[in-house]
Design a protein around this ligand. Structure first.
Ligand code: DX5
Ligand code: ZN
Length: 224
């Protein structure tokens, strides 16, 4: 079963609560929040204060994608603000094991994010410390970019790696982020992704609820 995680990066912030409610009405399972610091990525977005507002707007899990340097300094604040899942990029911390452990100690599920050119080997080394892998299918920083085709092969290799080397009795989920649209979601689902971040293809559409329903329909219609 696939899950849609609309990214509020593409939402209309003048009516954020309403937009989140619409996505939820369409069947969104998770709300994805992109946190950017202007250093690790060229864009600056939002902090714990907005996560706290999202927490008040929905009961859905909040997936906080940290694209910030020195994440350890902020992980507890995002957890306190109401994050359910927190993911970090290995390039942003000197001590990845410690940072992932801190996420769990803060009461959240820990995610490891891989940029298009970041090696899958990080997953093998950190497999005991992670609950999900967030695979980037664009270079992080902006919404509305095109899906990088090479991400499909990487996704298949990641699925195989986790099936072979994942921890016994515990499934590590794969989330994919960037350029997901109705026309590619079926193929990406068939390659092994389970959670689909969708920014412009949900909140860039006139009817976010219908957009989520369409992604669910198209993503579920492929038989593997
Ligand atoms: C990019 C972000 C994505 C972004 C996806 O750095 O991590 O979550 O919001 O946007 P779309 O779905 O428009 O590619
Ligand atoms: Zn993201």
């Amino acid at each position: 079963m696939i899950e849609i995680a609309p990214s509020i990066l593409s939402a209309d912030f003048t009516r954020l609560g309403e937009q989140i409610a619409a996505a939820a009405a369409g069947g969104a399972a998770i709300i994805h929040v992109d946190v950017m610091d202007g250093h690790f990525v060229p864009n600056i977005t939002i902090g714990p204060f907005i996560v706290e507002a999202v927490r008040r707007a929905t009961t859905l899990p909040i997936d906080t994608h940290l694209m910030i340097e020195n994440p350890d300094q902020y992980i507890p604040a995002f957890a306190k603000a109401g994050a359910t899942m927190i993911s970090i990029h290995p390039e942003t911390t000197y001590h990845l094991h410690r940072s992932l452990t801190l996420i769990r100690q803060s009461g959240c599920q820990a995610g490891l994010v891989l940029n298009p050119a970041t090696p899958l080997g990080y997953v093998e080394e950190a497999v005991e410390e992670i609950d999900y892998v967030l695979l980037m299918s664009v270079n992080p920083g902006f919404g509305g970019q095109r899906f990088i085709p090479g991400a499909l092969g990487k996704l298949r290799r990641l699925r195989a790696l986790l099936d072979a080397a994942g921890p016994a009795g515990r499934r590590i989920r794969i989330e994919i982020d960037g350029g997901i649209v109705p026309d590619n979601i079926g193929e990406v689902a068939a390659a092994g992704a389970e959670i689909f971040v969708a920014g412009s293809s949900v909140f860039g559409q006139p009817d976010p609820a219908a957009a989520v329903r369409e992604l669910l329909r198209r993503g579920s219609s492929i038989t593997i």
